[in-house]
Every structure is written in C-alpha cells, then in structure tokens.
Design a protein around this ligand. Structure first.
Ligand code: RIB
Ligand code: CA
Length: 313
C-alpha cells in the first residue's frame, strides 16, 4: 500500500453497517486517535456496543468513548429498517471483551484536539450532536481543528425525506452549529455517496482476502444490501456512505469537489434538515463554507477497500 501521510483523526460514528467500513478504513489510513459514538442508526448503547464489536473484530488498539444519547433538540430517530434492531444485524456478533473507556466523548474530543493544535480532523459519520457539543463547550476548538469531514446532507436531495438526509435530520441544530463554526468542512453528502454502491460481488471480493475480519464485514455488506433492496430499490446494492467521509481525507484524489455556501434548514415543514447549498455561483452568493464532494471514482474506491482489508489478519 502506497506510503502517504496518515492524518490524525477522531472518528465520531453511529455504527451502523457503513460506519463499520469507515472504522476499518480509518484504522489503516489515518492515525486513529479514538472512536466516539453517538445515537443515530440505533440508540447510544447499541452504537457504542457496535463500535466496540467492530474494533474487536478488526483487532484495533483504539479506545471508544460514548457520547450523546439524543440530539440537541427533541428526541432522535433510528434506522432499524436498514441496520436492524441491533444496529449491526447480519453476522453473529462475537462475545465482547471490550468496554467504552469513558462516557464523555465530548471531553475526549476537546482534550485530544487541544493537545495537537491545528492537526486533528474529526470525521463524523453519524448525527453531529457530539461535534456540536464539543464546539459549544470549547469556544476555542474551531481554532485548533484541522477540519471536519462529515457524511451528511445531500445536494439537493435527502433520503429520509425528499429534502433531508438521516444524519442531518436526526440533529439539524447540531448540523447548523457545525456549518456555522468557521472550521474547514468537507461534506460527503448523498449526491456523492450514491456514486459508490457495493453489492454481493464486493462482499465476495472481501471474503477472498481471507481474514475473519473481512468475512465479518462481508456479511455486513450482504445484510446491508438486502436491507437496501427491501427498503428502496429492489436491487441488492447499497451506498457505502460513511466510508466516503474517511476517503475524502485520506485519498482526496478519488473525489471531485466544489465549494459552496451551505446552510441547514431548521424550520421548514417539508425541508427541516435540508442542507441548502447556494449553487447560483453569482456575486450575491454568500462566501463558501463547505467543500462539497460532487463525485467519486467508485472503481478505485472499491479496489482500495479490498486492498485495505487485505492488510487485516
Ligand atoms: O444517510 C446515511 C447515513 O445515515 C449514514 O451515516 C448511515 O450510517 C446513517 O447513519
Ligand atoms: Ca453512520
């Protein structure tokens, strides 16, 4: 695997099948400083357990810190129709021999970022609650973060509603805090993640790399693709949403991107949770605040995924 700088990263996630692949990629291609969990695809206890399961299956020496059990405002929503009741349905989970190092993800984020000013990225692949809370409790944090790469939103469409994508819709207020923070932002929205579909063939290629970890993650893909077939398209294939947020940072050459001004709709009857990008490209456009990924080289990304799993033993 080619040598390139491994950016120091905190991965904030809500495992979640596609979050598991974000973890697997981040563990190899970044300096993974820690995993923080948030309620999203499943309740916090489940996403935290699932992060521990994935870290154990991948044999990672990385701590997990549990974060917020609910969004900033109101109650959350979950996504059992895709991820199952456990949040990581499919392969039988191993007997878990790990536990979360703390229940204070926000403290971990703030302390870790402050310890390495200007160096640390947050990669967020769930609702942005923990990230927003960290930005709120530490007003200096935005000066010390290298950036935030997040899977969320879509330009211009959503998935839970025509306008809103799941991670943003679970906590629109948190997303508003993030897009207003002044931090360098890279957005992997549905418009790019739907360009990278995995299927049973990719699962078979993963199995071909031979490790128990690859077999476990291949079974995650099988379950995930069947869930997408039932829920959406009828075809057993699914977008590897969260993996895009990691690769945007570690392999930027796989993507095209445009910088836009993006706001998060908080009050629309039909549009709450929408990431509203100003695509007009005129002088009236507000200054761009988000690097929006617009396309992915799916073939290269899949080849990199298989190559990455070949390093797991
Ligand atoms: O809309 C897709 C996003 O919602 C992904 O992060 C998936 O894991 C779910 O959290
Ligand atoms: Ca996720």
């Amino acid at each position: 695997m080619s040598e390139r700088a491994a950016p120091p990263v905190i991965l904030d996630c809500d495992p979640g099948h596609d979050d598991a692949f974000a973890i697997a990629l981040a563990a190899v291609h970044t300096e993974l400083l820690g995993i923080t969990t948030v309620a999203g695809n499943a309740p916090l206890a489940a996403t935290t357990r699932n992060a521990l399961v994935v870290a154990q299956v991948l044999d990672l020496d990385v701590a997990v810190h549990a974060g917020s059990p609910r969004p900033l405002v109101g109650e959350g929503r979950t996504a059992e129709f895709i991820h199952g009741d456990s949040g990581l349905d499919g392969p039988p989970p191993p007997e878990l021999h790990r536990s979360a190092l703390s229940n204070d993800a926000v403290r971990f984020i703030v302390d870790t970022v402050r310890a390495r000013p200007g160096a640390v990225w947050i990669v967020a692949t769930g609702p942005l609650t923990n990230v927003a809370l960290a930005l709120r409790v530490a007003p200096d944090l935005h000066e010390h973060l290298a950036g935030i790469a997040f899977m969320g939103g879509g330009v211009p469409f959503g998935n839970v509603t025509p306008a809103a994508e799941f991670n943003i819709l679970v906590d629109p207020e948190a997303a508003h805090v993030v897009v207003s923070s002044g931090v360098r932002l890279v957005m992997a929205g549905l418009n790019v993640t739907h360009g990278w579909l995995v299927d049973g063939g990719v699962a078979d290629d993963l199995r071909g790399t031979g490790s128990d970890a690859a077999n476990f993650c291949a079974a995650l893909i099988d379950y995930y693709c069947d869930a997408y077939a039932r829920a959406f398209s009828g075809k057993a294939e699914g977008p590897l949403h969260d993996a895009c947020a990691v690769l945007a940072l570690t392999h930027p050459e796989l993507f095209e991107r445009e910088s836009y001004h993006v706001e998060v709709e908080l009050t629309g009857t039909h549009t709450r949770g929408m990431t509203v990008a100003d695509l007009r490209g005129v002088r009236q456009s507000a200054l761009a605040n988000v690097e929006v990924l617009t396309s992915i080289d799916a073939r290269a990304a899949t080849a990199l995924l298989i190559e990455t799993f070949a390093t797991y033993r």
